[in-house]
Each structure stands twice: as C-alpha cells, then as structure tokens.
Write a protein of this length. Structure first.
Length: 144
C-alpha cells in the first residue's frame, strides 16, 4: 500500500505502484462485471504510469516550469505522452504497441461519469494496457 503522501511529495515509485494497483482494481472490477469502473480504473493505471515517466525526467532539486507542470497535471494520455517525452519512442515501438496505444489513448477522466461502457470495450482496453509483451503499461514501465 502506498503511504499517504501529499501530492507535492508523490514520487516516481509511488506512481508506478499506484499504476499497478489501479490495474489490479480494473481487472477485479471487470471480473465483477462492473465495466464502467473497470474502464476508469484502467485509465488511472495508464495515467499513473505516464506521470511516473514524467517524474523520472525531473531533477530532484529542479524548480518545475509552470507550463510543464500544468500540462503534467492533465488527465489526457496523449498530452501526458508528449510531456513524458515519449512520442518519438512510441513512433519507433513495435506495431503491436502502437496499435495498443491507439486503443487506450482516448481514455478521459470523465469516463467516471459513463455508465454505458460494455464488456468488449473494457476487455480490449485492459488487454491493450497490460498485454505481457506488447501492452502499453509494460512498454511505459520500460521507460520509467
């Protein structure tokens, strides 16, 4: 369990652990046929992994650039990928990773207000996230 830290002291390793925990929650919710919750939790796993990469790029005593900090606090995977300086690396990733990114990139935090996500969408989303060799999360973790 992640120790309770303020957002100001959230560390890269905390974000990686949170990503793993959200993914477990997503799979648990999927098994319980709680599809909207599973979709939302999977997106949070993605967001936390992207933010872990952003944290890796920062120096411990570096004062953050205001514009960069504002961009990093968004809930937009495509924007977070840019802030994480991974767009070019994604372009050179395997076709399967790129296809999986295309499946997960449009997740929005507003999904928590959706009740119409179906099982097929959630299964495809979570499989694209955590496929053992071509999933977006394993690919992201390899850059964290």
């Amino acid at each position: 369990m992640v120790a309770c830290r303020s957002m100001a002291t959230l560390l890269r390793q905390d974000l990686l652990l949170l990503s793993e925990q959200w993914l477990i929650d997503a799979r648990t919710l999927l098994a319980a046929k709680r599809y909207p919750g599973a979709y939302h939790a999977g997106g949070l796993a993605l967001e936390c992994a992207l933010k872990a990469r952003i944290a890796k790029l920062r120096l411990a005593e570096e004062f953050p650039d205001k514009e960069l900090a504002q961009r990093a606090w968004k809930h937009d995977p495509t924007e977070l990928l840019k802030v994480a300086e991974l767009s070019g690396l994604l372009d050179s990733a395997s076709g399967a990773v790129q296809t999986n990114w295309a499946t997960v990139k449009d997740w929005k935090a507003e999904s928590r207000y959706t009740h119409s996500v179906n099982s097929a969408t959630v299964i495809a989303f979570l499989d694209a996230l955590d496929h053992p060799t071509d999933g977006v999360l394993p690919w992201l973790r390899s850059h964290c």
